[in-house]
Write a protein of this length. Structure first.
Length: 202
């Protein structure tokens, strides 16, 4: 078979041009709208925010607050860690769909001894491990349990911002130990009111 060198070179140029164009277009698609507007990449945007470890006590917080929790966290920074603690052999309301939708990692903790809260212990140990890893600037402890008061104080003493989230029943001791405390019941009510307003104007 006989090939014309000129045709091969021309075809090679056309192929390279097509591949370069495809790669350029693919890169453009991967670039977020915000990045094109601000010149700052999505990764850089998150790195510039306060990195927060969100630790949720499933035994003291209802799953109905899931989206509210992370919407609120976005006002402070970026949720680097998203963990929830509990006994997943029992139905605690935090379904697989809710965990997946909010990218939350479930940490299994069996109740080894009657009268002792193993879930609290697991959350506290993880919090200290994360603290010493040095990857975050703040913690968000989501619970209405006053047993986390000392943990909140210890994290704050180490220079961490401590965001507490819980229901109205949360003890004053835990609220006071946090840098800021948010009543998630009020957030949920406010979200419902906003939805009502939006429906009125639709």
């Amino acid at each position: 078979m006989h090939f014309k060198i000129g045709n091969l070179q021309e075809n090679s140029k056309i192929y390279r041009f097509k591949k370069d164009t495809e790669n350029s277009f693919a890169k453009h698609l991967r670039t977020s709208y915000t990045e094109r507007k601000t010149g700052v990449s999505y990764m850089d945007q998150n790195e510039s925010k306060m990195q927060i470890a969100v630790l949720i006590d499933s035994e003291n917080v209802s799953s109905r607050y899931a989206s509210i929790i992370f919407n609120e966290i976005e006002t402070y920074g970026f949720a680097t860690y998203r963990r929830i603690y509990g006994n997943w052999t029992k139905n605690n309301g935090w379904s697989e769909n809710i965990l997946l939708e909010n990218s939350i990692t479930p940490i299994q903790q069996f109740r080894n001894t009657t009268g002792k809260n193993a879930t609290d212990s697991a959350l506290i140990i993880d919090a200290m491990d994360i603290l010493y890893a040095g990857n975050v600037e703040g913690f968000c402890i989501v619970s209405s349990d006053g047993d986390f008061t000392r943990l909140a104080s210890r994290l704050r003493e180490s220079g961490m911002e401590v965001i507490g989230m819980g229901e109205s029943k949360t003890p004053k001791s835990f609220r006071g130990a946090c840098s800021v405390f948010t009543n998630i019941e009020l957030l949920l009510e406010g979200d419902k009111e906003e939805n009502k307003k939006e429906k009125r104007f639709v």
